[in-house]
Design a protein around this ligand. Structure first.
Ligand SMILES: *[C@@H]1O[C@H](CO)[C@@H](O)[C@H](O)[C@H]1NC(C)=O
Ligand SMILES: *[C@@H]1O[C@H](CO)[C@@H](O)[C@H](O)[C@H]1NC(C)=O
Length: 451
């Protein structure tokens, strides 16, 4: 029950993001296809930056806060038992160094991103292939420059969201994200059409809603913990940066493998590529559920592990793997039955649909494996084993990439899909292997089971 109570609101909050960008797309699409394409380019730059820098901060914050919070609860209980008062400041707010450190880092990263995106917008456009004489250039650059103002609240909101996840509270972030997206959807038509600001209006609406989300989260957080700590803990900063660098490397390994798969599919021509794209989008979209399960496992395991409550930690491990597998099998069955109807939402082209159809075994069949891979990620993050998570991903990505290169040039799309399935399988193998051999942090968790 505890796992689901964390995972379900988290899944809804995760789904809010793609829904919000659908709403944006629908409004901007009415302005014309040049605007739509321009927004698409800017948004993909933003997503890349977010994946590389912001999400690692969020994930690390969750682990560190859950660990620290668990230790505070534990020492609270001990001091109550021996009759001491707990050390709190006058407003009875707890000081958690990992929260104030994460927020300070978030502010720094957010400002750096804003500056880099505004100064570098021309360079970024050239890199993305939008030349100065392209009709997309002016709207895309305008959109990106305006959106850059939203970088600080985005990163701060993610750090705050990571903190709430660490407190095992995913409802507050859901509320904040929901309110922000609602505001965005309301402002979009007002600014774009009523005031006639066009594409800039879409950017301004998004930025305003990002400030709202950050404000709600900080306000709620402020009633629980001290947000600003004048003595920044240097050791914590180093831990954040080191784990952050590992997770950035890990993300790069995933991106390279996925990009290689896409480019191998693109070589087959536009029709197979379109079919592949449908398969891949569905494949990724349904991972939201297991993603949410992963972060529930992460927060619960981090708590049990840092308190030395290894029995509870084992229970979390078994349960999330179990629920993950059940979810994966259920998703596989649902997709197997519904993929036809789902894919015809994307296109009416019968040739493309036929290709997409031929991928059903891959899309549906790999779901249980995907679920396990995501849940295992959460468990490794939960014990802060970022090193293994990163280095194992380098190896797994390298093997899968070599396989993709060879198999795709011989078997075409079937080779690409087999390569992606291999990628997920190897991630699971790497995760289970270290768990099973009880090495690294897992040694402790299994240590008191021998008796
Ligand atoms: C602290 O005490 C509360 C209730 O007294 C209990 O629910 C909680 O599990 C305890 N936490 C730890 C870490 O012992
Ligand atoms: C890290 O954060 C992202 C973004 O919210 C989330 O999708 C992912 O599940 C998190 N990873 C883990 C292992 O919790």
């Amino acid at each position: 029950m505890e796992i689901l109570a964390i995972a379900l609101p988290a899944a809804l909050a995760l789904a809010a993001d793609p829904i919000a960008s659908l709403v944006d797309t629908a409004f901007v699409g009415r302005l014309g296809s040049v605007e739509l394409a321009a927004v698409g380019v800017s948004v993909s730059v933003f997503n890349l930056v977010s994946k590389l820098f912001n999400v690692p901060l969020l994930n690390i914050t969750t682990s560190f806060v859950a660990e620290e919070q668990a230790l505070v609860t534990k020492s609270d209980n001990e001091s109550i038992r021996i009759g001491q008062d707990r050390m709190v400041d006058d407003q009875s707010k707890t000081l958690l160094p990992s929260v104030s450190t994460s927020l300070a880092l978030a502010a720094g990263i957010g400002i750096a991103e804003a500056v880099a995106l505004s100064i570098g917008s021309g360079f970024l456009m050239n890199t993305m292939g939008i030349t100065v004489d392209s009709p997309m250039r002016i709207p895309a650059e305008q959109f990106l420059t305006l959106r850059a103002f939203g970088a600080p609240p985005i990163v701060i909101a993610l750090a705050a969201q990571g903190t709430f996840r660490g407190f095992k509270d995913t409802k507050t972030p859901l509320f904040a994200v929901g309110a922000g997206n609602l505001l965005n959807a309301t402002l979009d038509p007002i600014l774009i059409f009523f005031f006639g600001i066009g594409i800039g209006g879409a950017a301004i609406a998004t930025v305003i809603s990002e400030y709202l989300i950050a404000f709600i989260l900080l306000w709620k957080l402020n009633s629980k913990v001290l947000l600003v700590n004048p003595n920044i803990d240097g050791r914590r900063v180093v831990q954040y940066l080191k784990s952050g660098a590992l997770l950035i490397g890990r993300t790069l390994a995933v991106l390279v493998t996925m990009t290689l798969a896409t480019s191998m599919a693109a070589r087959e021509g536009p029709i197979p590529m379109a079919g592949h794209q449908i398969c891949l989008q569905v494949w990724l979209a349904v991972s939201l559920l297991t993603d949410a399960l992963a972060l529930a496992g992460q927060a619960l395991l981090a708590g049990g592990y840092s308190q030395g409550n290894y029995g509870q930690a084992r229970e979390v491990i078994y349960r999330v793997l179990q629920i993950g597998l059940i979810t994966g099998v259920a998703l596989a069955i649902i997709l197997f039955l519904g993929f036809g109807a789902l894919s015809s939402l994307f296109t009416k082209d019968s040739e493309v649909l036929e290709i997409a159809w031929s991928g059903i075994l891959f899309v549906a069949g790999s779901q249980p494996m995907n679920a396990l891979a995501f849940v295992l990620d959460g468990l490794y993050y939960g014990v802060s084993d970022f090193e293994y998570a990163a280095y194992s991903m380098f190896l797994v990505g390298m093997i899968s990439s070599v396989f993709l290169l060879v198999a795709a040039s011989i078997f075409g799309l079937a080779g690409v899909w087999t390569g992606l399935f291999l990628f997920m399988t190897l991630r699971v193998v790497a995760g289970i292997w270290r768990l099973g051999t009880k090495s690294g942090p897992w040694k402790l968790i299994w240590s008191d089971m021998e008796q």
